[in-house]
Design a protein. Structure first.
Ligand code: SF4
Length: 276
């Protein structure tokens, strides 16, 4: 590609992202959305599929720090260990130049039906200007990722498409690990390498790597669109928050004390009942 044309193309895409951020900062959409937010975070949307009531309580009373959230935050801060720091222009320049590169915490932003959706995926691999892999790391005792993890990865994939990327080759991996990692950088390289070497014959696969399991999928973008539409129904005041129907989620919920929709486990039958 001609150098000037390349710079123009790059600048145009970066300009669009920056102007969307300006719009968000100016609060253009505030009046339309619950809690006067000017954008919807992908993280919130994913959590809506865990328990929407929990998202509402979080928005009203803020984050409740638990040991679990602290551990998760510490591990996440190490995801980019050993990677070069770069600004938005440099990242886009490298992506559009066709280089093969990993980008951690890349800001993904696009509008869906007029509403800005914002997120940061843990790790993305680009090659020839296309995103090939999206990695989401979850530090947890769970053996299977909840639906919300897949929702999150699907919506990041949709955002990449809305940002103008060709996502025809894109796959994602939700990586579950429960152990504290001595050398995160080495571990990250090992996981990425093993996941990429796995040949995906079907729509999905699970790869076991030492202390973790990677759940690989091709993102279903039609599903992501429906999930976004459903989630926006709440933010746009078209319906009230829907609480979970799974009592075991309430059992470990940090907001249970203030929740009027909590479910309790019935010891004799292990079925759930509403406490109201
Ligand atoms: S207590 Fe249950 S219903 Fe209430 S916010 Fe927590 S998980 Fe949701």
């Amino acid at each position: 590609m001609d150098g000037n044309l390349f710079m123009e193309k790059m600048s145009d895409r970066v300009r669009k992202i920056l102007s969307l951020y300006d719009e968000i900062k100016a609060g253009v959409n505030k009046s339309e959305l619950r809690f006067n937010v000017s954008y919807i975070g992908v993280y919130w949307i994913a959590d809506q599929f865990f328990c929407e009531k929990q998202v509402e309580l979080y928005m009203k009373s803020g984050d409740v720090q638990t040991e679990k959230t602290k551990i998760g935050k510490n591990f996440h801060e190490g995801i980019s260990a050993g990677m070069e720091q770069a600004n938005l222009e440099k990242i886009w320049c490298d992506i559009l130049s066709g280089s093969r590169l990993y980008v951690s915490n890349m800001a993904l932003v696009a509008k869906w039906k007029g509403v800005p959706i914002v997120g940061r995926s843990d790790l993305l691999l680009f090659s020839k200007g296309k995103p090939l892999w999206l990695f989401e790391f979850k530090f947890t005792n769970m053996r299977i990722p909840p639906d919300s993890s897949h929702v999150q990865a699907r919506i990041y994939s949709l955002l990449l498409k809305l940002m103008g990327f060709n996502v025809s080759m894109l796959k994602y991996a939700v990586v579950l690990s429960k152990d504290k990692l001595e050398n995160f950088e080495t571990w990250r390289r090992l996981v990425i390498d093993k996941v990429q070497k796995h040949i995906l014959f079907k729509e999905k696969a699970v790869v076991k790597i030492d202390n973790c399991r990677a759940f690989i999928r091709k993102p279903n973008l039609d599903k992501a669109e429906k999930e976004l539409d459903f989630a926006l129904g709440y933010w746009m005041n078209r319906r009230e928050a829907i609480p979970t129907k799974n009592a075991s989620k309430c059992k470990s919920c940090a907001y249970i004390t203030n929740c009027d929709s909590k479910l309790i486990l019935n010891k004799s039958s292990s079925t759930s009942v509403n406490s109201d």
